[in-house]
Design a binder for this molecule. Structure first.
Ligand code: TRP
Length: 365
């Protein structure tokens, strides 16, 4: 590793540690006073949700929603075209996400679900926000760099380079102050805080005591990262995932092919036996039993017994979610109504914020 690269990694580690500590504080204040917070998260509608999303973030969103925090979920449709030429089967993807959310316990009476494309005032914030960042800063964003590297030499689009600024608009239009994210999204939260601060400095306030935009905090999920069934990152395109919408049989088939190792004695050892431990973790998250205890119960039963255990545990846990999901998809009109109501609410809030922005910028004619 070069000296410069090492320094960069050190800075990222320090930011991560700070964010973890801050997340712990925020968790405490949520319990003390949930009304202080507004949470926003988003997903790109590029595929169906899988158990990595479910155990990694969706459960956490439901949990925070149920603790009384006002919650917003963005189906980030414009973000689909940051790194691909086509939006794909976008309508189907959006519908599937709506069903996934509601089936998992997102409650449309408490949570606003909306899409970029139907909220013009949100997108308009992108213009003043872009003026607040430099091109060099955009190029330095480590997540954008990593995403670009992963596209295999494809030319970077202007939207790819500037999507963190668009994401700042996602967060700030509704004045969210809490953004549950994974580690890879931390640079975007930092960028968002910077934009909020710079806007305040450059244009001032409508209300002298309060800046127009809050400085949002990241909420790092405590959930352990679920791996794919081959031990790599779980993703639809690698065929190593289990989608919420899969049948129990499909789930069993996928798990049968999961990678294990040669040692028949099952133990929980994430460091040395990542694949076996990941399967134990999936069973554990499904039943609430400790992974060590599940391992002890399986003992010398080997990979076959382990897979049978995980299959039962996961299918049992997902059964009610899957049933609800199927019911929701059978009543498509309801799903589109939920989205229309969410979009309407998002528009009202976005227009209010944009009026404040125009006032601060003296663009009132
Ligand atoms: N980039 C996020 C992802 O791929 C999705 C997203 C879009 C998002 N806008 C957001 C997440 C705003 C948090 C806040 O997962």
């Amino acid at each position: 590793m070069t000296e410069a690269k090492k320094q960069e990694t050190d800075i990222e580690d320090a930011t991560f540690a700070r964010s973890l500590a801050r997340s712990a504080q925020v968790e405490q204040s949520i319990d003390d006073n949930p009304g202080r917070f507004r949470m926003l998260t988003g997903d790109r509608p590029t595929g169906n949700l899988h158990i990595g999303h479910y155990f990694g973030t969706v459960q956490n969103r439901v949990n925070v929603q149920n603790r009384g925090v006002e919650t917003w979920i963005l189906i980030a449709d414009y973000q689909v075209i940051t790194d691909r030429d086509s939006v794909g089967k976008i309508r189907e993807r959006v519908r599937s996400l709506l069903a996934d959310y509601l089936a998992c316990g997102i409650d449309p009476r408490r949570t606003t679900i909306f899409t970029h494309s139907q909220v013009p005032a949100l997108n308009q914030l992108m213009l003043p926000f872009l003026s607040l960042v430099t091109e060099a800063e955009l190029h330095r964003n480590p997540t954008v760099k990593a995403e670009l590297a992963a596209t295999g030499g494809r030319a970077m689009s202007g939207l790819m380079l500037t999507y963190p600024v668009h994401q700042a608009a996602d967060i700030l239009f509704c004045k969210a102050n809490l953004v549950p994210v994974g580690k890879d999204q931390l640079p975007h939260i930092e960028q968002t805080r910077q934009i909020a601060t710079r806007f305040d400095k450059r244009y001032g306030r409508v209300d002298p005591d309060n800046p127009i935009f809050p400085r949002p905090d990241a909420l790092l999920s405590k959930a352990t990262n679920v791996l794919g069934l081959d031990g790599g990152k779980m993703s639809k395109s690698r065929g190593n995932s289990i989608e919420l919408g899969m049948s129990a049989d499909e789930t069993a088939k996928r798990l049968k092919k999961a990678k294990t190792d040669a040692d028949r004695n099952i133990t929980y050892d994430p460091e040395n036996r990542p694949e076996v431990s990941n399967l134990l973790l999936l069973a554990s998250m499904s039943t609430g039993e400790r992974p060590e205890d599940i391992a002890a119960r399986i003992g010398d039963g080997g990979g076959g017994k382990l897979k049978a255990e995980v299959t039962t545990a996961l299918n049992d846990h997902l059964a009610p979610i899957r049933a609800r999901r199927a019911e929701l998809l059978a009543n498509e009109d309801y799903l589109w109504q939920v989205l229309a109501a969410g979009n309407q609410h998002a528009n009202e809030v976005a227009e209010q914020t944009l009026s404040q922005v125009k006032a601060a910028m003296q663009m009132v004619y």
